[in-house]
Design a protein around this ligand. Structure first.
Ligand code: SAM
Length: 222
């Protein structure tokens, strides 16, 4: 069996496990996670751990989130074909690629990363896997969103925030959804935010999680 075949089988086993544990609930998310090669988004020396359900270091003190967290957040976000999605925290580019699978062919993902070296890492990974067709990586403070492309159908925040950044809520379309971990620098709760048609915020809580902090003007201090 060649290496790609081994990775594909490991990915199938992981997706089956995430389904049986209830993290993956829809065929759409299952198919997206079956398609995106996570081993192409982790540092070379960690490739053989790409299909273990755990976060992995990607350099600069940051991590690629655990697959069950990617599954849970993507189910809550519910991206649809044609959607324009803003992600805050590109990291490796993996989660953006999973979302791209769900919004293509007409949708797009803009992902903002504050650390330039990681933005370049994400760009390279997305280019190598062909997802650069639907994903644009921008360097900047994502707590301020990305007004140039606003408003967004969906906003995904992949770092822990002290609260929902006002700029992000403003850049969400009425009827849109945002998934964001909210709490302190180390432990948060996963929130699903809905913006009603008349612009109100409705919050749903979805259990504890532990993300690296969201650092920026409307996030934590460095
Ligand atoms: N979604 C990523 C993936 O699929 O690999 C994992 C993201 S990692 C858990 C969180 C990322 O958020 C880090 O790369 C960190 O540098 C970034 N980050 C933290 N604060 C940020 C901010 N204000 N704007 C943009 N990125 C930020």
């Amino acid at each position: 069996m060649n290496e790609e075949e081994m990775f594909r089988r490991a990915r199938e086993r992981l997706v089956e496990r995430l389904k049986s544990l209830g993290y993956i609930r829809s065929d759409r998310v299952a198919e997206a996670m079956l398609k995106v090669p996570r081993h192409e988004f982790v540092p070379e020396h960690l490739r053989d751990r790409a299909y273990v359900d755990s976060p992995l270091p990607i350099g600069k003190g940051q991590t690629i989130s655990a697959p069950h967290m990617v599954a849970m957040m993507t189910e809550l976000l519910d991206p649809r074909p044609g959607h324009k999605v803003l992600e805050v925290g590109a990291g490796s580019g993996y989660h953006a690629a999973v979302v791209a699978e769900l919004v293509k062919p007409d949708g797009k993902v803009i992902t903002v990363e504050r650390i330039p070296e990681l933005a370049e890492f994400a760009r390279e990974n997305l280019r190598r896997t062909g997802y650069d067709k639907w994903v644009e990586v921008v360097v900047g403070d994502g707590t301020l969103g990305y007004p140039e492309e606003a408003p967004y159908d969906r906003i995904l925040v992949t770092a822990g925030a002290p609260d929902v950044p006002r700029s992000l809520f403003e850049q969400l379309k009425p009827g849109g959804r945002m998934v964001i971990p909210v709490g302190d620098r180390h432990l948060q709760e996963l929130w699903l935010i809905r913006k009603t048609e008349d612009g109100r915020m409705v919050r749903e809580r979805h259990g504890g999680c532990a993300f690296v902090p969201l650092i920026g003007k409307e996030g934590f201090r460095e």
